[in-house]
Design a binder for this molecule. Sequence first.
Ligand code: PRP
Length: 187
Amino acid sequence: MATILDRDIERVLVSQEEIDRITTRIAAELDRDYKDSRRFLLLCILKGSVVFMGDLMKKVTIPVEIDFMKVSSYSNGTESSGRINILLDLNRRDLSECDILIVEDIIDSGRTLSYLVEYLRLNGARSVKTCTLLDKPDRRVVDFVPDYRGLVIPDEFVVGYGLDYAEQYRALPYIGILKPEVYEKRV
Ligand code: PRP
């Protein structure tokens, strides 16, 4: 535990070594499953997925394209309404040629990925599948099962490896559980 941010971490939930094993495993699965694809597109959902996406795309050995979307949940102030707002869209006309893999850092309620899969299918993508590094099934509001999954985790406040609290901690190279006093003192 070296940096100033490390001090806010109660314990490491997923180490750098474990993340490395997970990304290697998923990349091998993608190499196998998409080897016959003519246009394999990794779609990173900003911002949290950017670190996972970067590692994953380096380990995939088949030809791959990348693109980005940014979405947010509409909020009524205290609770998510469940509606999804597209902040950055895919502006391309070749979706009918693309086998899209949506890359996420975490699934909570399942609303974001449910919405995006439907949205991309309606927009004519050749195929749409999903990949998440972390999955919190205990938090599910809508039924959703990803096609590729790194790890199922308990309902803890996790940060690091792209995941933030108040826009901080994304650059930590591991996934840690945040000390409760860090977020409790801000409420
Ligand atoms: C997180 C995560 C997913 C979404 C999952 O993004 O990256 O996109 O929440 O939640 P859901 O399953 O309940 O829909 P967040 O809104 O925190 O934005 P960020 O990636 O920019 O931090």
